[in-house]
Design a protein around this ligand. Structure first.
Ligand code: GDP
Length: 195
């Protein structure tokens, strides 16, 4: 689906470091440990690709990957680190805000939510930020394999309810498992249809 090479491009710490806006991009946000790296790896079919973003020092960067020749996949810093110092948190919130409202080629923000937990307070902060940015966001539930089929509807209902308060939310929720492959093809297809 993503024709061409998939590779790590660079980690960015300031707007001035963004690669040229020469193709469309989608970004991925989520609290740390939500399964963001695993999802990017599953989407690109390259195990270990997004591991770079989880190594110390890389976690506060916006990490760019090419997905074929026509897309960038953008890995935003994981949020919700309990003990990150306030100046660090503030610095990346500022960068995130600038990125989400100022990146012209950004077509959609995917917000990853652990399917076991639904939308939590830490997630709400990012949803509020997204409401003020120029881009539509879409929820992706991760680790669906860890939730029994009979419990999924309750999580989906909670997420739907939370999203109903956010004008920038795209209504369709994508249920995924990077482990089992559920929803990966759906998500690829969604990205491919964005122009
Ligand atoms: P990140 O911090 O958001 O990049 O999270 P990772 O991708 O590193 O994943 C965090 C943990 O969740 C790891 O132990 C993964 O193996 C696990 N994980 C990620 N995706 C899935 C999934 O779809 N199913 C299951 N069962 N575990 C997953």
């Amino acid at each position: 689906l993503f024709a061409g090479e998939t590779e790590f491009v660079k980690g960015v710490v300031a707007m001035s470091g963004l690669p040229p806006a020469d193709r469309m991009e989608v970004c991925f946000a989520g609290r740390s440990n939500v399964g963001k790296s695993s999802l990017i790896n599953a989407l690109t079919g390259r195990k270990g690709l997004a591991r770079a973003s989880n190594t110390p020092g890389r976690t506060q960067e916006i990490n760019y990957f090419t997905a074929g020749d026509d897309h960038y996949l953008v890995d935003l810093p994981g949020y919700g680190y309990a003990n990150a110092p306030l100046p660090v948190v503030e610095k990346w919130q500022r960068l995130l805000k600038q990125y989400l409202s100022g990146r012209q080629t950004l077509r959609r923000a995917f917000v990853l939510i652990d399917a076991r937990h639904g939308i939590k307070k830490v997630d709400e902060d990012i949803l509020k930020l997204l409401d003020t940015s120029a881009v539509t966001f879409q929820c992706v539930l991760t680790k669906a394999d860890k939730v029994k089929a009979k419990d999924r509807e309750a999580v989906l209902a909670q997420v739907r309810q939370a999203l109903s308060k956010h004008p920038a939310a795209f209504p369709e929720i994508v249920l995924t498992s990077s482990e089992k492959g559920d929803g990966i093809e759906t998500l690829r297809a969604i990205i491919a249809t964005l122009e």
